[in-house]
Structures are given as C-alpha cells and as structure tokens.
Write a protein that binds this ligand. Structure first.
Ligand code: ATP
Ligand code: MG
Length: 262
C-alpha cells in the first residue's frame, strides 16, 4: 500500500527539504517508483524555489477549494510535485491535507511530504503521515530539538521509522551513530556528511541525485531509497572472497533489517 512519508525536525535548516527532494528523485530515478512530493511547509515553502518551479496553482488553492488537487501537480526530474503558496494563507485548514491526499494514494508508490520546523504547523502534517523520518545533524542541540518532533509523532501515534543523520562535519566532536541511537531509541537509516556539492545542487536548481549520481551523498540517498523501496541490493562482488564477516556500517545493517520488516 502507498505510504505517506514525511521528513521532520523541529530545527530549521537541518536538511528536511533536501532529504525529501533527494529521496523522491532517487526513488523515481533509481527504483522506477511513481512519487508525489508535496511541499507541506506552509509558512516557509522551499520546494518551488529549490527547483525553480513556476506554478499557477498550489497546495493552498486545493485546500481552500479553489481548484482540484490534480491542477496543482507539476512535473520535474521524473517526480510529481505540489508546490506551496509563497504567501502565507492564515485561513487554510491544514488538517484537510490528510483527506485530500488519501484520494491520491492509489496513483503513487510514495507520497513524500516536506515539512515545517514549526511545532504547531507540524501537528497536521504528522496527522497526514503514515511514517515519519527524523532529520538531524549529530550535535546535541540539534538532536535534542529534533527529538521534540519525535515526541509529537509519538503523541499522535504516527510511527517513526528512522533517523537520517545529515550535515556530519567533525565526527570527533559530534555524536556517533551508537550514541544517537542510545539517546533517541530510533535506528539511524542514513549517514550524510556536509559537503559543498550541495551548494552546487542548490545553485543549479537540480537535485544532486540527478546532477552527480555517483557522489557519496547521492549514493547514500540511493541506499536509503533502496531500503524504503524494499529493493534488494546486489552484494559487492568481492564479499565472496573475504573469509570473514566483512565490515558493514551500522546504517547499512539497520537498512537491511528495515527492509526485512517491510
Ligand atoms: N549534507 C549537506 N551538506 C551541505 N549542505 C547541505 C546538506 N544538506 C542540506 N544542506 C544545505 O543546507 C541548507 C538547508 O537545507 P534544507 O533547506 O534542506 O533544510 P530544512 O531543514 O528544510 O530547512 P527549513 O527548516 O528552513 O525548511 C540548504 O542550503 C541545503 O542545500
Ligand atoms: Mg525546508
């Protein structure tokens, strides 16, 4: 069954939009999935800006009944996108999002929501989601702030399926994956370093998964997308020549475990 996934954190700038966009693109490009990416960050929408989309209609037009949801869908890089209005519409009822999207579940393999870091704005988005992925950088300030979103999801009984650790800068001075899992009690499903190539992707208005598919960030996003798509990855050819258990990174073990549960 199609799932509505959202990337959340109460902290701004951690990479929610980047992860939502890159995961959507990778699922479509590498795993042939039909994906709808919805900009559900009502107060500070970014997807349209990331992709340089010009749109006549947006999510708010559909939520307030001005047009059908179909009229708000645009295509870019192999995914369908619903942008949000650049100007904040106070009168919109964001709790309508859930029922609006339910009707579109049968058309897509995945519906992915980009979200706001604002606590109150996040409530209706979590209510509309089937699964949550937390996004955090590995410092104590960001992790503890991100975990406020986990609390909100737990209150609403929306399952949290994992954490993506993004913008790793200086591992010696940051939490490692074991520490993050111990503090949060949530498995880490991807580990992404901070890299200047993301600035090029932003500047070119093109997802990195398209611009530089072999880049380490694109490959890690692909590994994550592979896990949520339930795709079986071919074992590296040289594994069979190694007489002992090869070293497999923790996030990869978590992904294999995650896939097995799907
Ligand atoms: N791994 C990374 N390496 C370098 N830059 C990154 C990385 N991930 C994201 N960025 C950059 O960080 C900035 C913020 O990212 P993004 O917009 O995805 O965050 P956000 O959590 O959606 O922010 P907001 O809460 O404001 O919506 C962007 O300039 C993005 O290109
Ligand atoms: Mg964002």
């Amino acid at each position: 069954m199609t799932n509505i996934l959202s990337f959340v954190s109460i902290k701004g700038g951690v990479g929610k939009t980047t992860l939502a966009l890159e995961t959507a693109t990778s699922l479509a490009k590498n795993f042939n999935k039909k994906v709808l990416l919805v900009d559900a960050n009502f107060s500070a929408p970014n997807i349209g800006l990331y992709l340089d989309l010009t749109s006549d209609y947006n999510l708010q037009d559909s939520l307030n009944g001005n047009t059908t949801l179909q009229n708000t869908i645009y295509e870019a890089h192999g995914i369908d996108i619903i942008p949000s209005a650049l100007h904040y519409h106070k009168e919109i009822d964001p709790y309508k999002l859930k029922s609006l999207l339910q009707k579109y579940k049968s058309r897509y393999d995945f519906i992915i929501l980009d979200t706001s870091p604002n606590y109150e704005e996040l409530r209706p988005i979590i209510a509309a989601s089937d699964k949550i992925f937390l996004v955090s950088s590995p410092d104590h300030v960001t992790l503890h702030t991100t975990l406020k979103a986990a609390k909100l999801a737990q209150e609403q009984k929306t399952p949290i399926h994992g954490i993506i650790v993004n913008k790793i800068r200086s591992p010696k001075h940051e939490y490692n994956l074991q520490e993050i899992e111990k503090i949060s009690n949530i498995p880490v499903l991807a580990r992404i370093h901070e890299h200047k190539e993301m600035a090029r992707s932003l500047h070119k208005k093109t997802p990195l998964s398209i611009l530089a598919p072999r880049h380490q960030i694109s490959r890690e996003i692909e590994n994550f997308a592979s896990a949520i798509a339930g795709h079986t990855k071919k074992e590296k050819w040289f594994y069979k020549f190694i007489p002992y258990e090869p070293f497999v990174p923790k996030e990869e073990v978590n992904r294999q475990f995650y896939k097995a549960q799907l």
